[in-house]
Design a protein around this ligand. Structure first.
Ligand code: BGC
Length: 256
């Protein structure tokens, strides 16, 4: 399938985890890739290698999406590099594990500024480009099951994801007349570095698996496949929705 021939996708947090899988999936389907990350390390080099292996071009921007001027520069650099952006994937996100009564202001700010403010203003920069150039565009936010489901000890994270849900719903209405679709993907427990602690602890891992109907964690590629669907014309009538990619975690219930 080559659904993204001659398209350019901008993906935040593409150095590892789900972000890397998104970069590679879009590249496999013909897009050129711009991706961002806070650090320029061996993970970035590996994403570039995997993208280029498909025959697509990759451009990395070292940047922190929690800074508004930085997200505007990101769009500019992507345009200077490839001349267009067709698809924006707001993927970068962080979480901090702390009981509510111990959350520090700096941690609250880091989570909200990266997950919600960064996505808000990068989307704004992208929308301005689309509008000013009479183009169309598609936006996918990598949210979480926790835009809906409680996650004790991760309250700022849940606040940011709940916020992403409402930003997405609002923009679906506001941006449709501009020819822009926007949707969220809500991953459950996926095998990525964000879950490193659980993955290395057999007891925690077994409890988690018991909460997932399919009985296992997801792969980054499982999420990337749904994001690619939403970015493609196969989903041309889909806007304002959240697609769960969680192996059944969200509504898992059993009395046994
Ligand atoms: C979080 C993971 C968590 C998963 C399922 C994700 O949004 O980033 O830490 O394991 O949700 O609860």
């Amino acid at each position: 399938m080559e659904r993204f021939k001659e398209k350019v996708a901008l993906i935040t947090g593409g150095g590892r985890g789900i972000g890397r899988a998104i970069c590679v999936r879009f590249a496999q389907e013909g897009a050129n890739i711009v991706f961002t990350g806070r650090n320029n390390d061996e993970n970035v080099a590996e994403t570039i290698r995997q993208v280029e292996e498909t025959g697509a071009k990759a451009h990395f921007i070292q940047s922190d999406i929690s800074q508004v001027p930085a997200v505007y520069s990101m769009v500019k650099e992507a345009l200077d590099t490839f001349g267009q952006i067709d698809i924006l994937v707001n993927n970068a996100g962080i979480e901090i594990n702390a009981p509510f009564w111990e959350v520090q202001e700096k941690d609250y700010d880091a989570v909200m500024d990266t997950n919600l403010k960064g996505m808000f203003f990068l989307t704004q920069a992208f929308v301005r480009f689309v509008k000013e150039n009479n183009r169309t565009g598609v936006i996918i936010n990598n949210s979480s099951v926790h835009e809906e489901l409680p996650f004790p000890n991760f309250t700022p994270y849940c606040a940011s994801k709940g916020g992403m849900q409402m930003v997405m719903r609002n923009l679906a209405v506001e941006l449709a007349p501009l020819g822009i679709r926007i949707n969220n993907v809500a991953p459950g427990a996926i095998k990525t570095p964000i879950n490193a602690k659980i993955l290395s602890d057999p007891a925690l891992l077994s409890t988690l698996k018991n909460n997932i109907s399919l009985g296992r964690l997801g792969e980054p590629e499982d999420v990337a496949a749904v994001i690619a669907f939403l970015a493609s014309d196969d989903a041309k009538y889909v806007t304002g929705s959240t697609y769960y990619v969680d192996g059944g975690l969200t509504f898992h219930y059993t009395e046994q």
